[in-house]
Design a protein. Structure first.
Length: 298
């Protein structure tokens, strides 16, 4: 039986299903209300799967299906699942209109392996991808176990996460939380209180504002389970469940802390887009998201 947090995640994405494809329309990049981060994520996934010569790919959390349809056009054999009924329906329509079998898309919850096992009847996959899913997962280890279940020996996982280290660049409430809860975890309450008082004076503690429900929806992104991950801890978790060759690809760059976007104006987005694929250590701090690539031993 799904708990409330899980049904809230499904309900949130049910309400997103009709509009989600706009994230992938290049012609909208300058005008989209939200930065087209998903598009840059898709570029990473496609490039890596092609480089790794993957043939069969499984996606956890397919959304409305654009990423998988794009991969099918590359000649990949694709299948996937989602926890939102509306996303499953949208992805199936998307598959049918692209000449693909809608049966490749099924309802499934990555935290319940039994709901996904049926899609392995033709064998395990060369690649498993999950984009925008890990933030909503209660038990990360359990998700990685399901990913392993779907992968053949030597297969590759590409799993997206929201980057907690980006908090050091935002100069707001997230920075304060990262410094006090993560960096100073083992420091005495007295010292932490002194640091907290200083951070309250220097940083924009009233930001970021929680993202509440947009019109027509009941829940906002910050009202459902939506976690950040520390890339160092996440890489460790992948290794601890048996993955090897673990590395991170960065995307969703910021040329300045997000609170300065309205001051800087249109140039902010143009500068961000220019930074995408910069692929250096800077991504660890300038990017709000990354993709972990990890392989199972052959
Ligand atoms: C941010 S969207 C991204 C969709 C798609 N991967 C893309 O990149 O366009 C995340 C999707 O993951 C799904 N999801 C969330 N939790 C899930 C879970 N436990 N199992 C399977 N899918 C899940 C959501 O319903 C949603 O459609």
């Amino acid at each position: 039986m799904a708990d409330k947090k899980t049904t809230d995640v499904a309900a949130f994405y049910d309400a997103e299903a009709s509009d989600y494809h706009r994230m992938y329309q290049r012609e909208n990049f300058a005008t989209l209300e939200r930065y087209p981060a998903n598009y840059f994520r898709l570029q990473i996934l496609v490039r890596r799967l092609a480089a790794l010569s993957a043939r069969r790919v499984y996606e956890i959390g397919v959304g409305e299906g654009t990423p998988l349809v794009t991969m099918a056009k590359l000649g990949l054999d694709v299948a996937g699942c989602d926890i939102s009924d509306s996303m499953v329906a949208a992805a199936r329509r998307n598959f049918e209109s692209s000449g693909l079998s809608k049966d490749a898309i099924q309802w499934g919850d990555v935290e319940d392996a039994t709901t996904i096992a049926g899609q392995l009847s033709s064998g395990k996959f060369d690649g498993v991808i999950a984009a925008g899913v890990l933030p909503h997962i209660h038990n990360d280890r359990l998700m990685l176990e399901t990913v392993k279940m779907c992968l053949r020996p030597g297969g590759v996982a590409l799993i997206e996460f929201r980057n907690k280290l980006f908090s050091l660049f935002t100069l707001n409430r997230l920075t304060k939380e990262f410094v006090l809860d993560d960096l100073l975890q083992n420091v005495s309450p007295r010292i932490k209180a002194t640091v907290e008082a200083e951070l309250d004076k220097r940083y924009a503690i009233d930001l970021p504002k929680a993202r509440s429900a947009r019109s027509g929806a009941q829940l906002g992104y910050d009202e459902i389970l939506s976690k950040f991950h520390n890339p160092f801890e996440l890489q460790e978790l992948f290794r601890s469940v048996g993955f090897v060759d673990v590395q991170t690809h960065w995307y969703h760059y910021h040329p300045a802390p997000p609170m300065l976007e309205s001051t800087i104006g249109q140039e902010y987005r143009q500068a961000a887009i220019r930074l995408e694929h910069e692929a250096s250590w800077r991504g660890m701090f300038l990017c709000s998201a990354g993709v972990i690539e990890a392989r199972l031993p052959a």
